[in-house]
Design a binder for this molecule. Structure first.
Ligand code: TRP
Length: 444
């Protein structure tokens, strides 16, 4: 079974080396693993919460998209899109907003930090807090739940948001799921292996500390200039250096094999000057990013290429989003006025009879179909339509010969039950265990 891995990148800055080694590089590496269906998106609605400068928003979306593509993201294989190109996200966000307790949002760390800072300054507690900031976790929940992501790789600061996402999903499932899970409950993924790079001053590399080393922007020159500003101790050339205490060495290690890093360490311990060490670090990083930088420059110069890639990504993403939103609209009661009135029983179930039942019927087109109900009345299967009722029956009796564990769900999380080369019915992955039980009870 494939695992859907999804993560978002807020588009409010220009990627630096720390972003590359800590997020972009590992995400791209994970996206090519077998069994992984990766969804990466530019969280540009989230960026609006922090930034009201339209130029910067526009520029950052472009730079971050170009960075991921230049860094080797296979946009054919993964689904790479912009949040704001998916209208189903704000739609779901509203549905979720309506089931989310305000008290849950009151507890969000980011919001509480703003309130605490205001209180410390003797300001109104909510001074400068927008509804965007307050509801931030709900938008993030919509990003994740709309695509039924199983795993969400994020930094530690996002753990609480994932917990909130699960809370909100559970509440929605409970209110509207009718015994079936409408949303997958996502797991947070924190990667301890991933490098956290020190910045120029040795603190964590971060835009807010103003200590970053640019990844592509400014070219090789800017890279070299930044590296020359890395803080070192005052040991003179010839004096042995303490590699473990040096940010230079930590940076070097993040861009080299174990053996190369060992050799660099030995040179430091033998008294290599800091100047030479910086030159070696520059050359090491430069060799790796120069080819990507060329592609980055090309992409930035041709933004229409980026736009095409993102539009294709949005179309791919909406193939998943649109059917789920349809289902959710139906579930909450936002139905077409012309749709037939709902039967008193919820769709997909019948009276609990205490027994597994097969019900045969003719559909409005005159074709023969069967439904399979669990003992509690839950509909487990609706067969495809068959012209010949005998064939429908004959293949249905062979259901038990299928190796259910070997089935691979489609991107819509449905399993096709193929018998003698014909799809007999489709079954949601979530009902597989119950289907197995029902078939055993039927003696199939
Ligand atoms: N809040 C995340 C961050 O600041 C970005 C983000 C937005 C995100 N939506 C997401 C991450 C959904 C993972 C999944 O890092």
């Amino acid at each position: 079974m494939t695992t859907r891995v999804l993560t978002g990148i807020t588009t409010s800055g220009t990627p630096h080396l720390g972003n590359y080694a800590g997020a972009i590089r590992p995400a791209i590496a994970a996206s090519v693993l077998p069994g992984v269906d990766a969804f990466f998106f530019l969280a540009d609605y989230h960026a609006l919460i922090k930034c009201d400068d339209p130029q910067r928003i526009a520029r950052s979306r472009l730079e971050i998209a170009a960075t991921w593509i230049a860094a080797g993201l296979d946009t054919e294989r993964v689904t790479f899109y912009r949040q704001s190109d998916i209208p189903e996200i704000p739609e779901l966000c509203w549905m979720l907003t309506c089931v989310t307790a305000k008290g849950l949002m009151n507890r969000a760390h980011a919001y509480k930090a703003s309130v605490d800072a205001n209180v410390a300054k003797d300001e109104e507690p909510d001074d400068g807090v927008t509804m965007g900031l307050f509801s931030y976790p709900i938008l993030m929940a919509a990003d994740i739940l709309l695509f039924n992501a199983h795993r969400v790789p994020v930094g530690r600061d996002q753990i609480q948001h994932l917990e909130m996402t699960r809370d909100i999903a559970q509440r929605f499932n409970h209110l509207y799921g009718d015994g079936q899970a409408l949303f997958v409950l996502p797991e947070v993924q924190i990667d301890d292996e991933v490098a956290t790079l020190p910045g120029l001053d040795g603190r964590k590399m971060s835009k807010s500390y103003n200590n970053t080393i640019p990844l592509f922007e400014g070219g090789a020159q800017a890279l070299q200039a930044a590296i020359s500003r890395i803080v070192t101790d005052s040991r003179a050339p010839g004096e042995p250096k303490d590699a473990d205490a040096s940010h230079l060495y930590t940076l070097y290690r993040a861009f080299s094999s174990r053996a190369t890093a060992q050799a660099f360490r030995a040179q430091l311990e033998q008294g290599m000057s800091w100047g030479d060490a910086k030159q070696a670090l520059y050359e090491q990083i430069q060799a790796q990013i120069e080819p990507m930088r060329a592609l980055y420059a090309e992409l930035i110069a041709r933004p229409d290429q980026i736009e095409d890639i993102l539009q294709a990504g949005a179309a791919k993403a909406r193939l998943h989003a649109a059917p789920l939103i349809e289902r959710l609209r139906e579930a909450v009661g936002l139905r077409r006025a012309t749709a037939p009135a709902q039967p008193s029983l919820p769709a997909g179930s019948a009276k609990a009879t205490g027994q597994v039942r097969v019900v045969s019927f003719r559909d409005p087109q005159g074709c023969f179909r069967q439904r399979l109900f669990a003992a509690d009345g839950t509909e487990l299967l609706l067969s495809e339509p068959f012209k010949d009722p005998k064939e429908l029956n004959r293949l249905g009796r062979l259901l038990g010969t299928l190796d259910l564990d070997a089935l691979i769900p489609g991107t819509d999380d449905m399993l096709s039950l193929v018998i003698e080369g014909q799809c007999w019915a489709r079954c949601p992955v979530g009902l597989l265990a119950r289907l197995r039980g029902a078939l055993t009870e039927l003696g199939r």
